[in-house]
Write a protein that binds this ligand. Structure first.
Ligand SMILES: NC(=O)c1ccc[n+]([C@@H]2O[C@H](COP(=O)([O-])OP(=O)(O)OC[C@H]3O[C@@H](n4cnc5c(N)ncnc54)[C@H](O)[C@@H]3O)[C@@H](O)[C@H]2O)c1
Length: 263
């Protein structure tokens, strides 16, 4: 197969959570650039609207839907609506996620200082909502007997990580085992389920923490390649997992981290 054919998702319907910024926006863009219709959802309607308008003006087939993934009923209804309106659902990116605040190296991040209300909030968004996204996608994809589900985990889900908070590390690990479990159930239905496990990327996560010079230095120092990535550098892996090129990849968590997890 030619590269263009391997990565062709034209006519496919993709759904992305947290699509107004960072990695979710990059995922939505690469799917749209390669022919998919993309339903872009986000809790921030204004930023979402500015990106969907920009992409549509450039010729992409995209639509924006305001969605807080913490609202599980709305999450399910939005995914159902995307699948029913378009008559299919080929790829779902369970990407929305939030920071859990400081790591144990910073004030307020030590184990005895963790606020359990904040813990619950992060578990709900990063874990329960990701499960509900996978669940809603699976309902349609089982019936369709095809589909791709991609969960955004982190290298913090693969190993201990001294720069993120407890709930972040725990939830990012949990979704990797969710991916393995769902991949086993859904394999006979020709539905693949994978996680991407990014190292540091320049995005707005943690209120733009990665724009703070001290954080940039700390994250850069942990990367063997000596730099933080741009969101566009995730696009190849996202497209691989959602396109014909990735047809036999399932149940994995693929690091994309400049070498962080190799050492
Ligand atoms: N940036 C990194 O270095 C990095 C590394 C590993 C994993 N990740 C993961 O990547 C994913 C995307 O984060 P990002 O870095 O692009 O951050 P980001 O803040 O740039 O983008 C996240 C988007 O999700 C949206 N969002 C937040 N809460 C939401 C909710 N409850 N419902 C719907 N949308 C919501 C935000 O409005 C924003 O548009 C997250 O799961 C994050 O944990 C990021």
């Amino acid at each position: 197969m030619k590269a263009a054919e391997l990565f062709d998702v034209s006519g496919h319907v993709a759904f992305v959570t947290g699509a107004a910024s960072g990695l979710g926006l990059a995922m939505a863009e690469v799917m749209a650039d390669n022919g998919a219709h993309v339903v872009m959802s986000d809790i921030d309607p204004d930023t979402l609207e500015s990106h969907t308008r920009r992409l549509a003006e450039a010729g992409a087939s995209v639509e924006g839907v305001e969605l807080d993934v913490a609202d599980l009923a709305a999450l399910r209804a939005t995914i159902d609506n995307a699948a029913e309106t378009r008559g299919r659902l080929d790829a779902v990116f369970a990407n929305a996620g939030i920071s859990a605040g400081p790591s144990y190296l910073r004030d307020g991040g030590q184990i005895d200082a963790i606020d359990l209300a904040k813990w619950d909030e992060v578990v709900h968004v990063n874990q329960t909502s990701v499960f509900a996204t996978v669940q809603a996608a699976a309902r349609h994809m089982k019936r369709q007997r095809s589909g791709r589900i991609v969960v955004t985990s982190s290298i913090a889900g693969l190993q201990s990580e001294h720069l993120v908070g407890y709930a972040y590390a725990v939830t990012k690990a949990a979704v990797i085992n969710l991916v393995r479990q769902a991949a086993m159930e859904l394999a006979p239905y020709n539905v693949t389920v994978n996680a991407v496990a990014p190292g540091p990327f320049f995005t707005n996560i943690g209120n733009g923490r990665l724009n703070d010079p001290e954080a940039v230095k700390a994250f850069t120092d942990m990367v063997p390649m000596g730099r933080i990535a741009e969101p566009s550098e995730l696009q190849g892996l996202a497209l691989l997992l959602a396109s014909p090129a990735g047809s036999f990849i399932t149940g994995t968590a693929i690091p994309i981290d400049g070498g962080c997890t190799a050492g």
